[in-house]
Design a protein around this ligand. Structure first.
Ligand code: S3P
Length: 479
């Protein structure tokens, strides 16, 4: 992301911002993706060729909206992902007082309320499928004297929220199940507190969402809030909080754990942010090009933050021909064009140290492993069981259904690859409201003899709108 400081807003623009609140309160709730399933079958009649750019980074987009909505004055965001998850964050920030508009030029203009200035939302905050929106926004609400109810779809309503409830409760927030809810999962009601209590919190799970929830709560908490992270997770929150002017320090203790300290009651300055392409979305065309014989594809402008990009290192370890062309830095985030050519992959034992830096990429890595020569052993993946679906079980079941040889472990998979031969295919895969499952099996369809049908491509709109069109531009066929 690129950030340029802009002068703080005038009193008039603040008043104008507040006046706009009433108008926004009248806006209709945002529609979530179509409830009727959208099945599709994918195949590749020939090599994949060409150059595409994937949509903006989902993690950076959420944070850009949240922090802009807390800065006083106008922030501008270019390249924002317009996936449903990010739109859920935008709707929630509007409901809490920010003005967020998308211009005809596709630049988003955001007028924030100031740290401490979030307003009581009138209705429930509808989070759709988005764990990131939920957990980060719970952090923001926790240190404001407002109450918000969080609701989500069937997938999100199964996901564990105690991991954020625990630290936010230590800071003074009160989280209760809504009538009919069972606690620990959505729907939940969070009553924030101001002033909240600063804490030192050691993350019990490697989770950027939990880290970010505590840091965002710390933003409006007097004194220093600290998060100790034994395993490094994506650091977009830290980079962006600093970029907006928060006082944030990162140190390392003797055991290599990162200690992140944020001074609360910060004043955020509006920024101009350019969001790079999402490496987690680029992963799908990258693996597709590696697997489909004769392919040569470029994916332009992909964010390659080291806390995100481990998939590409692992694919290279497997023999993947992947180059980073035109490497550059865009406002503190490394970016490059990825050039990828068909390769014969070899199975490996995937490194456990970098699980967090590719946590969303395992479903598509499993597809690559299913076509590799020899055995791939991927372990240390307990967290995959609590993503949008249980990605270990769902990938094992789906890969078996299309003829791959897979053994499911409690914390991962063992996959014996075909050595480059196509998979038998010929099955319908249940995407289970999980965008990355849907896209992974779409790619598997490109290297299967008989059609692979995804029962519902609808969830793909949460993170990668335009997936089917872009894959089509490279030569894939969806029917
Ligand atoms: C995200 C962090 C990851 C990732 C998710 C986005 C973020 O979750 O799976 O898609 O933006 O912070 P965890 O931090 O819970 O592992």
């Amino acid at each position: 992301m690129k950030m340029n400081s802009r002068p703080p807003a005038s009193a008039e623009s603040l008043i104008a911002g507040r006046l706009a609140i009433a108008e926004r309160r009248c806006q209709k709730p945002r529609p979530m993706h179509a409830s009727s399933p959208r099945p599709a079958s994918f195949s590749a009649p020939g090599p994949l060729r060409g150059s595409i750019a994937v949509p903006g980074d989902k993690s950076i987009s959420h944070r850009a909206l949240m922090l802009s909505a807390l800065a006083i004055g106008e922030s501008r965001v270019e390249g924002l992902l317009t996936g449903e998850d990010v739109l859920a964050t935008a709707a929630a920030m509007r409901a809490m007082g920010a003005s967020i508009e998308r211009g005809d030029d596709d630049v988003w203009r955001i007028h924030g309320v100031g740290v401490g200035g979030l307003l009581q939302p009138e209705g429930a905050l509808e989070m759709g499928n988005s764990g990131t929106s939920t957990r980060l926004l719970m952090g923001l609400v926790a240190s404001h004297a407002i109450t918000a109810t969080f609701t989500g779809d069937a997938s999100l309503s199964k996901r564990p929220m105690n991991r954020v409830i625990e630290p936010l409760s230590l800071m003074g927030a009160d989280v209760t199940a809504t009538p009919g809810g069972k606690g620990g999962t959505l729907p939940l009601m969070l009553r924030g507190i101001s002033p909240a209590v600063p804490i030192d919190y050691r993350l019990p799970v490697a989770s950027a969402q939990v880290k970010s929830a505590v840091l965002l709560a710390g933003l409006n908490t007097p004194g220093i809030t600290r998060v100790i992270e034994p395993v490094a997770t994506r650091d977009h929150s830290e980079r962006m909080l600093r970029g907006f002017g928060a006082e944030l320090e990162v140190e390392q203790d003797a055991d290599g754990a990162r200690i992140i300290s944020i001074r609360g009651e910060a004043e955020l300055q509006p920024q101009h942010i350019v969001v790079p392409g999402d490496p987690s979305s680029a992963a799908f065309p990258v693996v597709a090009a590696l697997l489909v014989p004769g392919s040569a594809v470029t994916i332009a402008n992909v964010g390659l933050n080291p806390t995100r990009a481990a998939l590409f290192d692992v694919l290279r370890m497997m023999g993947g021909d992947i180059e980073f062309a035109n490497p550059r830095e865009v406002g503190g985030e490394p970016v490059a064009d990825i050039v990828v050519r068909h390769s014969t992959l070899k199975g490996i034992e995937t490194p456990v140290e970098t699980v967090a830096s590719m946590v969303d990429e395992y479903p598509i890595l499993f597809v690559a492993a299913a076509l590799a020569e020899g055995r791939t052993v991927a372990r240390g993946l307990e967290e995959l069981r609590v993503k949008e679906s249980d990605r270990i079980a769902v990938m094992a079941e789906g890969l078996r259904a299309i003829g791959a040889r897979v053994e499911e472990l409690e914390d991962g998979l063992i996959i014996d690859g075909t050595g480059g031969d196509p998979l038998p295919g010929g099955a319908t895969i249940a995407a289970r409201l999980d965008h990355r499952i849907a896209m992974s099996f779409a790619v598997a369809g490109l290297v299967s003899k008989a059609a692979v049908t995804i029962d519902d491509m609808g969830p793909v709109a949460t993170s990668f709108p335009g997936f089917t069109r872009l894959m089509g531009e490279l030569g894939a066929v969806a029917a």
